[in-house]
Design a protein around this ligand. Sequence first.
Ligand SMILES: NC(=O)c1ccc[n+]([C@@H]2O[C@H](COP(=O)([O-])OP(=O)(O)OC[C@H]3O[C@@H](n4cnc5c(N)ncnc54)[C@H](OP(=O)(O)O)[C@@H]3O)[C@@H](O)[C@H]2O)c1
Length: 431
Amino acid sequence: MAAQIARPARLALRTAPSLSATWRPIVHGRLGFQKNPMVQTAVRHKSGPYNYTQAKALVFSKTGEPADVLNIHTHSISPSLPPNAVLLRTLAAPINPADVNTVQGTYGAKATYSSLIGTAEPSAVPGNEGCFEVVSIGAGVTTLKPGDWALPAGSGLGTWRTHVVVDNADTALVGISKDKLEGLSPAAAATSTINPCTAWRMLRDYVDLVDLSVRSGTGAGAWFIQNGANSGVGRAAIQLGKLWGLRSINVVRARDTPEATAALRQELTDLGATVVVTEDELQQKGFSSERLRSELMGGESEKTSPLLLALNCVGGRPALGLAKCLSEGGRMVTYGAMAKQPLTIPAGMLIFRDLAFHGFWFSRWGKADPAGRRQTVEAVLDLMRQNKFKLGPADTVEWTWETPAETLQQAVGGTLEGFRSGKGIFVFKDT
Ligand SMILES: NC(=O)c1ccc[n+]([C@@H]2O[C@H](COP(=O)([O-])OP(=O)(O)OC[C@H]3O[C@@H](n4cnc5c(N)ncnc54)[C@H](OP(=O)(O)O)[C@@H]3O)[C@@H](O)[C@H]2O)c1
């Protein structure tokens, strides 16, 4: 998807000394900042001689731990674009677990290595999500204009870079026109295209919970249960569920102190969670469907309030814990494997309780239904604009032209370690 319009690194290095003198402010309100109140990103890009754009990208040429295999590559991008291509400047790009797993070589989608940006060895740029500003467009591009924002419409663009040229821009990108940026921040838009959409599809496509809510005749919403409830996907499911009148049981890992656990409970409750329970509570108390009902679901009966959907982010014993809570005929949708443990399900759950187990991968779903993917992203953006959908806590990592490779590598390496205070997000400044 990302097109080649690169000069070899050799040229980039030769032109580098002249860069600081050639800042190019693009559009925008006073002082070169965008007008959107949530966005205070300086918007300018480095330009070399003959209007070549100077760009940097995190690249890897073989899989491994991020600190060992990720490098910074500097290159130049020609100002002349193919008719259907656009030049984009990155504003924000999250560091999702799937991106790290792709670098490690353990993800479902494998990296495609190429020499398009002039690396010495064929390389790939990680990152599936990002929010870009359109810098310039080819003559045949109809849906984007300079100054608009753009998001990837599919997977595998490679977003951990300062600039990118994208071919077939009208189909490869979801545009956000300049006059529709109000209420959006680059970080929020950059995280809108996978996690919220994954939650959306899982809540709507397996069990008709909205219909179930109506049929219950109680006026109360149908229930679902999920683990990894404080993940990006989990937080999205809480918010969407609340918007659709559903009730959620949210399983999280206890923090290091009771105070920190209480703070996390409160955070998720404020987002719209109905019940928050720790993994230890679920395991130690050995919640069965009956026990769950009496202790967490206000004594509601299976008949009026069946629990028919479980979303599994974690795998291993935590996943079995969720399955035990499901009502007869319930469905578990597995979308993550954070514990790196296999899912072991007793046969009785399938035979006597008629539980069904599914896997969901948004990339696959989106390839099969690109229009549906685009519509889901646009629906999420609309909720964000209306302040009905909030970005979770973020650990922003500033990426300027001078940011050393180690800072970027460390941000990536830390993504799968320990409790994180928020999602890692590269926020691009003066690049
Ligand atoms: N199938 C799909 O289409 C799809 C789409 C999006 C995401 N995903 C997957 O969903 C998962 C979450 O992604 P995200 O971007 O939402 O993640 P995220 O925001 O970075 O959150 C990571 C979550 O994983 C939990 N976690 C980390 N290590 C764990 C462990 N060893 N055991 C149990 N829980 C652990 C974290 O809990 P703590 O805070 O307690 O550490 C946190 O809730 C990933 O596996 C990702 O690949 C799948």
